[in-house]
Design a protein around this ligand. Structure first.
Ligand code: SF4
Ligand code: SF4
Ligand code: SF4
Length: 211
C-alpha cells in the first residue's frame, strides 16, 4: 500500500524554468518557457517597450507573486502564491504595459472571449513525472488547492490516484504550484489560446466579486 501525504508538507524551492526543462524535456520551445508577466500584460515585445521598471506592480500585489525578473522586468513567481485576478497590478501600471485599467469601466462588456486581449493570460498547468503518484505515494495536495476543481484523480494499477488537469477548467491561477511537495506542477504559456469560455466566466465572476 502506498504512503499518504498531507496538506502540511512544505514545497521545495527549485527554479521553475530549470524544472520545466529538466522534467518536461529540453525540447520545450522558447515561447513556452518565456517569463510569465503579470495578468493582462501586453504582448511580450510591447510589454518590454512600455514597462519602465518602476516596480509599482510588485508592491501592488498583496499576494507577493510579482517579482523583479530577468532584465529588471516583472514576472510572476507561483512558488510565492497564487493570482487572485484582483487587477491591482494593472491598475497601478500608468505606462500601460499591463492594460487592465484601459478596460476597467463597464467590465461585463469588456471580458467576452471575443476580446482575447482582455483575458488575464493563457496559461496551462502541467504535472511532471516527479509527481508522487509515480512513486506509489498517494497525494492530493494540488487537487485540494484547486478552487476551479480542474484537477481530478484517476485510479491506476495499485490503487494510487494520478492527478489529471482539465485545461478547459483551469484558470491558470497557480494555486496548485507552491503546495506541491515535490515541485511537480508548473504553469506554462498555453499553446492553445485563447482560454476556453468556461475559464473566462470563472475569472469574470471572481472580478465581479472584487469590483
Ligand atoms: S492580479 Fe492581483 S494577485 Fe494577480 S498578480 Fe496582479 S496584483 Fe497580484
Ligand atoms: S502534482 Fe504534486 S501535489 Fe499533485 S498529486 Fe502530484 S505530488 Fe501531489
Ligand atoms: S492553476 Fe489551474 S489546476 Fe492549478 S489550482 Fe489554478 S485552476 Fe486549478
Amino acid at each position: 500500500m502506498g504512503k499518504t501525504l498531507g496538506k502540511s508538507s512544505k514545497p521545495v524551492s527549485l527554479s521553475r524554468r530549470a524544472l520545466f526543462q529538466g522534467r518536461f524535456g529540453a525540447s520545450a520551445n522558447a515561447a513556452v518557457v518565456a517569463p510569465i508577466r503579470p495578468p493582462w500584460s501586453r504582448q511580450e515585445t510591447q510589454f518590454i517597450d512600455a514597462c519602465t521598471q518602476c516596480d509599482k506592480c510588485l508592491s501592488a500585489c498583496d499576494e507577493g507573486i510579482v517579482i523583479r525578473g530577468a532584465g529588471g522586468y516583472p514576472e510572476i513567481d507561483f512558488q510565492r502564491g497564487e493570482c487572485t485576478f484582483c487587477g491591482d497590478c494593472a491598475k497601478v501600471c500608468t505606462p500601460g504595459a499591463i492594460f487592465f485599467q484601459k478596460c476597467d469601466q463597464d467590465l461585463p462588456q469588456q471580458l467576452p472571449p471575443a476580446l482575447p486581449s482582455a483575458l488575464p493570460w493563457s496559461l496551462d498547468a502541467k504535472i511532471s513525472s516527479a509527481c508522487l503518484s509515480a512513486k506509489a505515494i498517494t497525494c492530493r495536495v494540488c487537487g485540494d488547492r484547486c478552487d476551479a476543481r480542474a484537477i481530478r484523480f484517476q485510479l491506476s494499477v495499485g490503487g494510487i490516484a494520478d492527478p489529471i488537469i482539465d485545461q478547459t477548467a483551469c484558470t491558470g491561477c497557480g494555486a496548485c504550484v507552491a503546495p506541491c511537495p515535490v515541485n511537480a506542477v508548473v504553469l506554462i504559456h498555453s499553446q492553445v489560446a485563447p482560454r476556453p469560455h468556461g475559464v473566462v466566466e470563472v475569472i469574470h465572476s471572481q472580478m465581479e466579486e472584487l469590483s
